[in-house]
Write a protein that binds this ligand. Structure first.
Ligand code: DON
Length: 319
């Protein structure tokens, strides 16, 4: 048994010994302690439709490998998934297209904000990783070029993974983002100029914005992330050997953009954030966690969400 699998087995054993009541009261304590931090952050308003959400919302859901599920606060309220969708696009692209995807996008941390253009020009149109916006646009473009109905396929995949037949695209968020997406438009045209976009920029962006506008609850997203946890079960994605571990690596290094180092230091889990205030985090072999609090820090990550994860890893669930 390797050191990693031994650690995972130990974490799993510890999680198994926790009673349902212990876990529920832990989540309640975490919500109580982390939630108020939202007062120090700001809800994203560069997409006007996102700015309408109350900063006081807080939801937390944990889905264990054995099917046990726990939730507190606003865990059943839908919110805008935003960049958390990028991890699903990546997993789908690796599954349906394969490793040739890496010819068009790197897997190195960028140290830049999610919407920075600087490296794209310097690095001749090959985005550093699939989670910064230009990288995510390339991933969607690769999918759209092969699967013209990818918009429907993504929604269906999210429905299958989460078991929630009501997963929808939020039309208002989608329109709002299309109207205010000039920076993303600039990236798509630059990618095209550098020869790294196959579809018309407008078409690729429409599908990219669709993914961002997915509307899901913490509970549904934690369930959808279950395929990244591992263990028993049949999943519609990522069954290839090593695929899950590789996606975890990209999440660890790039999932929180220019805060990835600080997040790794404080939390140390593979995770993906979104400007809607959601964060999906994976405890390999143990559980999938989704936290939502819309008030963000200066780097666009949920303030209370990061704190909640920090508290959880200090507990027996994820420690
Ligand atoms: O591309 C954008 O601006 C957004 N729709 C997605 C940004 C996002 O969630 C970045 N992550 N923290």
């Amino acid at each position: 048994m390797t050191e990693t699998t031994a650690l995972q087995a130990a974490a799993r054993a510890v999680a198994r010994t926790l009673g349902d009541k212990d876990i529920q009261s832990l989540l309640e304590r975490v919500a109580k302690e982390a939630g108020p931090l939202a007062a120090e952050g700001r809800v994203a308003d560069y997409i006007p439709a996102l700015g309408k959400v109350s900063a006081e919302k807080f939801g937390l859901a944990v889905h264990f490998h054995d099917g046990r599920e726990f939730a507190v606060g606003d865990a059943d309220e839908r919110f805008s998934v935003q960049s958390v969708s990028k991890v699903f696009n990546l997993a789908i692209a690796l599954d349906w297209i394969g490793d040739s995807l890496w010819e068009r996008v790197g897997r190195e941390p960028s140290g830049t904000s999610f919407n920075s253009l600087i490296l794209l020009e310097q690095e001749r149109g090959i985005p550093r990783n699939p989670f910064i916006n230009p990288g995510a646009i390339v991933v969607v473009d690769a999918l759209l070029a092969r699967f013209p109905f990818y918009t429907q396929q993504l929604r269906n995949m999210m429905r299958r993974l989460s078991g929630d037949a009501d997963v929808l695209y939020d039309e208002e968020v989608w329109h709002s983002e299309r109207r205010h997406g000039d920076l993303n438009r600039a990236m798509a045209w630059l990618l095209k100029a550098k020869g790294n976009l196959s579809c018309p920029p407008h078409d690729t962006l429409d599908v990219y914005f669709r993914g961002c506008s997915l509307s899901m609850s913490c509970r549904a997203l934690a369930r959808a992330g279950r395929f990244l946890v591992g263990g028993d079960g049949e999943w519609p994605l990522s069954n290839a050997p090593g695929r899950r571990r590789r996606i975890h690596s990209v999440m660890r290094l790039c999932g929180l953009y220019d805060a990835a180092g600080d997040f790794a230091y404080r939390v140390g889990l593979p995770a993906k954030s979104g400007v809607g205030g959601g964060i999906l985090a994976i405890v390999p072999s143990v559980c999938s966690i989704c936290v939502w609090s819309p008030a963000l820090d200066a780097k666009g990550n949920s303030l209370a969400g990061v704190r909640a994860l920090e508290l959880l890893v200090a507990s027996q669930i994820a420690g």
